[in-house]
Design a protein around this ligand. Structure first.
Ligand code: OAD
Length: 229
């Protein structure tokens, strides 16, 4: 029997670190149109607007510190007898700042990507549409984040982990964006225990065998302490 745990995280995990979520009241998608700032078409129409959006988020994320939930998940990774795979939809670096390791399925704010040659490099704090690619020189620089209509990163590796885990936990995510929202079904097919930890019930809560509601900084350390005994 495998003792692998998969933890999927979303914006609610970083809410108490001061980073806004997307769909809560007053969240990012109440202030910006998804099609303008988080699609390839929006970037083609107005790259400056898209860079402004991600530059602001990069600056905010650089000021943020991990909260108790990020720290507890890093502790779980360090102390659990088996493997703990953290898959995050978050583009901030707070798992790593807490000492954890995460697969960033929606990319990272600290990455830059050339739309012309796919070269990747460390993003400067402020990116601009005419920044040249250090490899090919093209002025087609974009943030290395995944937009709607694009394939998330690490999908094959994640599918392999989901097929062989004993426990799947979903933390601070509304379950409205696929493919991440479908991971619980994949884990159940593999025979895994499933648990949702979130501020409140989500559209997919009923897919989980267990549910724990409260702020991430409260419920995640409690859940981790229970696992570590
Ligand atoms: P959402 O904003 O959709 O959902 C955040 C969830 O966190 C909600 O269910 C909240 O109830 C919950 N929440 C809020 N504060 C919390 C707290 N302190 N503790 C615990 N839970 C809390 O964010 P995501 O589900 O992460 O993708 O969004 C998924 C994807 O949609 C993002 O990666 C992004 C977005 O559009 C792209 O941009 C491609």
């Amino acid at each position: 029997m495998t003792d692998k745990i998969i933890v999927l995280t979303g914006a609610g995990l970083s809410a108490e670190s001061g980073l806004g979520t997307f769909r809560d009241e007053g969240g990012l998608w109440a202030q910006h149109r998804i099609e303008d700032v988080a699609t390839p078409e929006g970037f083609a129409r107005n790259p400056q607007l898209v860079h402004d959006f991600y530059n602001a988020r990069r600056a905010q994320a650089a000021e943020a510190s991990p909260n108790e939930a990020h720290v507890a998940l890093a502790e779980l990774q360090a102390r659990w007898s088996g493997e703990v795979v953290i898959v995050t939809q978050n583009v901030d670096g707070l798992h790593e700042a807490a000492g954890g390791v995460a697969l960033h399925m929606h990319g990272r704010l600290t990455g830059a990507l050339c739309n012309a040659c796919d070269h990747r490099w460390e993003a400067p704090m402020t990116m601009a549409p005419d920044d040249p690619c250090p490899a090919c020189g093209a002025r087609a620089t974009r943030p290395d984040v995944v937009w709607f209509g694009e394939m998330p990163y690490h999908m094959e590796e994640i599918a392999t982990h989901l097929a062989s885990c004993m426990l799947f936990a979903s933390i601070g995510t509304s379950g409205q964006v696929y493919p991440a929202a479908g991971f619980v079904q994949e884990a159940r097919l593999a025979g895994a225990e499933t648990v949702e930890l979130n501020l409140e019930p989500t559209d997919i809560s009923r897919a989980f065998a267990q549910r724990r509601f409260g702020t991430a900084s409260q419920v995640v350390p409690d859940w981790v302490a229970g696992l570590l005994g």
